[in-house]
Design a protein around this ligand. Sequence first.
Ligand code: CP3
Length: 339
Amino acid sequence: MNDTFLKACRGEKTDYVPVWMMRQAGRYLPEYQKVRGNISFLSLCKTPELCVEVTLQPVTRLHMDAAILFSDILIPMEAMGAGLEFHEGRGPVFHDTIRDQAGLDRLIIPDPEATMGFVMETIRLLRRELQVPLIGFAGAPFTCATYLIEGGSSKTFWETKKMMFTQPELFHGLMEKITACTLAYLQAQAKAGAQVLQIFDSWVGILAPCDFEEFALPYVQTIIGGLQDTTLPIIYFANNGATLLDLSIRSGADVLGLDWRINIRDAIRRVGNKALQGNLDPFALMLPRDALRQRIKRMLDAATDAHGYIFNLGHGIHQFTPPDQAKCAVDAVHELSGR
Ligand code: CP3
């Protein structure tokens, strides 16, 4: 068992810098497209044998130091009773948006094993196959709430902020319900065998620091606090969160994820003894090979003072990235950091 990634999460010394990539299983891999050719995305998420197969694909092809469970952050929102569909080219869609008390009352706090047993089954199957640690995950409450309130992806998050500012009690009520669901869901993943848990806060970067502190951070703290007895390392990734980094330290996470909009040296100075994960611009994978290696070398040099460092992209890998470019980056991290 290769435990380099686990050690880095705990801030322990490692022989080399471990690497994985957010959204490493997905459409940029032809072997993923092949599996997806016969089945819808949601059906794929609910078929453990196929989830195992696509989880393993990037680990095998690219030699990643960690695997991430194949699922989606919106699966538990569906289990809460929000009807979810994925449309080609448009992403996730919730038809019944949550914008009033009646909508909120209709949401349930589901039993994770009873409603999302396929996720826990995927984890149990993966643990038998894997030689690297398995990351379980969930969306952070704020990011999940934006999907329920907007009804899908958004550019302005008008409805979300409108609810925050005009119906704060309703907004907090929704956040509480999502938090209860998410905590139980992550506890179930831990029990099934997940070895690290990552919380994805993809949209929280739209908030002013004062609103992050009031409307989003307390719920992340509740989840991470509730996971303490699992003793698993927790990663909190606040996308577009450079301006929220000082507050994010208070999340209680062991590792903070960084996007690419911050210099990693600045981040190290600001976070003290937390481990860091990131922060290559995903589009930098398109650099010519030599330039890509040079950029990775600079990042590795800059990160030597971190209290634990995991190489990753600053956000998910883009669907048109050539897999060989991703492989070149993984190899460069391994070679240049002394593996
Ligand atoms: O290796 C992995 O990371 C795969 C597991 C995974 C998926 N989604 C599979 C997926 C993870 C960890 C996620 C997280 C996720 N899902 C996030 C947080 C990370 C981020 O990117 O900010 C968010 C915001 C979502 C919601 C979501 N799921 C959107 C907006 C979309 C549509 C846009 C897109 O990228 O396609 C999805 C669909 C989705 N989730 C796909 C995959 C592989 C593509 C589905 C397909 O095959 O068509």
